[in-house]
Design a protein around this ligand. Structure first.
Ligand SMILES: NC(=O)c1ccc[n+]([C@@H]2O[C@H](COP(=O)([O-])OP(=O)(O)OC[C@H]3O[C@@H](n4cnc5c(N)ncnc54)[C@H](O)[C@@H]3O)[C@@H](O)[C@H]2O)c1
Length: 343
């Protein structure tokens, strides 16, 4: 594909995608633009930092001058936008930065695509734009034609970004695609999200704070399967189209945490049920039929295998997370879970 601009490449999925892409497409060059917010970590990219076909640029996708200068200098053929504010709890605490990055940042990238021309702009979106599903209707799944019906400032900002992307396609002819993926898990995920939070707390014998009664259901996908889906969409996806990505892998939050306890040999009585999140979505479940039938995508990693690998990764990569959970993270954790002993 030549030069590819990956935004948000110092975060969880963007870094995994960068590793995936450079391994599978070694002749391409990746330029990573990342603001390095609390969620971005330059040490995550150490494996590729010295590669001649990788370049890191610190910058904000909302900074028009910076983005346009970068397009002028690098002339990317493909843009994959992972950069976003991503944590629902933080969006409830302070929506503004979500609107700024997720809406204005997306529009700024699209303006640069219009100005300089690209072969493809890909927007990494989420199943959360569809809102939630009832717990007692397992027959209901999100399809690409499910109406957008958001719950949190995070999901509303992502849905707004999707609409901007589609508008730039229809109005200005920018060749866009959108993927809406279910919850990802894997290495390098910031430990405010459910799986790494629980793994790290369990490793430190701290309480495992689960919202409400732990009955909320998420549809989990191993991050590499998501990266492979984006690869297929970039190669063969039709411009203007949305592709749902998910692996029919619905799990209750409490069951995911119990599996982590089992993997680490920790007692389940570390689990502590805490006051539920405001507007907490009950269930997400993706129908991946379109990406399966059009592009032949199917998930390859079974949940039990992926979880084993993921838990083991956090056990073996203490260096990566020990700095992250000092400083600002401590303050955040106290604010979120201050009623917990050992928090
Ligand atoms: N994690 C999931 O389960 C999941 C599921 C579906 C979709 N997504 C979407 O995938 C994308 C990546 O998610 P993630 O979990 O890797 O997020 P993350 O929070 O781990 O990483 C986000 C990255 O974006 C960077 N960033 C934030 N604001 C920026 C800005 N203004 N300019 C430049 N860089 C900025 C951060 O520094 C960080 O490196 C997001 O768009 C998210 O909505 C995530």
């Amino acid at each position: 594909m030549g030069n590819m601009l990956v935004t948000g490449g110092a975060g969880f999925i963007g870094s995994n995608f960068t590793f995936y892409w450079l391994e599978h497409h070694p002749d391409d060059k990746i330029i990573c633009l990342d603001k390095l917010t609390y969620a971005g970590n330059l040490s995550t990219l150490r494996l590729v930092m010295d590669k001649p076909n990788f370049k890191f640029v610190k910058g904000d996708i909302c900074d028009r001058g910076r983005v346009f200068d970068l397009f002028q200098a690098e002339r990317p053929e493909v843009v994959v936008n992972f950069a976003a504010e991503t944590h629902v709890d933080r969006s409830i605490d302070g929506p503004n930065v979500f609107l700024q990055t997720n809406l204005i940042g997306t529009a700024t990238l699209l303006d640069a695509c219009r100005e300089f021309g690209v072969e493809r702009y890909h927007q990494v979106s989420t199943d959360e734009v569809y809102g939630d599903l009832p717990l007692d209707r397992p027959d209901l799944l999100f399809t690409e034609s499910t109406p957008l019906h958001t719950s949190s400032p995070y999901s509303a900002s992502k849905a707004g970004a999707d609409l901007i992307v589609q508008a730039y396609h229809k109005t200005f002819g920018v060749p866009v695609t959108i993927s809406r993926c279910s919850n990802n898990y894997g290495p390098y995920q910031f430990p405010e999200k459910l799986i790494p939070l629980m793994v790290l707390n369990a490793l430190q014998d701290k309480p495992l704070p689960v919202y409400g009664e732990g009955v909320n259901v998420r549809d989990w996908l191993y991050v590499e399967d998501h990266c492979r889906a984006i690869d297929l969409i970039l190669q063969r996806g039709r411009p203007g189209e949305v592709y749902n990505v998910g692996g029919h892998n619905e799990r209750r939050n409490a069951d995911v945490v119990k599996l982590i306890c089992k993997e680490l040999g920790k007692p389940e009585d570390l689990i502590t049920y805490v006051t539920d999140r405001k507007g907490h979505d009950r269930r997400y479940a993706i129908d991946p039929e379109k990406i399966h039938s059009e592009l032949g995508w199917l998930p390859e990693t079974k949940f039990e295998t992926g979880m084993k690998q993921t838990v083991q990764w956090y056990v073996e990569n203490r260096e990566w997370w020990k700095d992250i959970i000092s400083g600002e993270y401590q303050q955040y954790y106290k604010t979120m879970y201050n009623n917990l002993v050992g928090a």
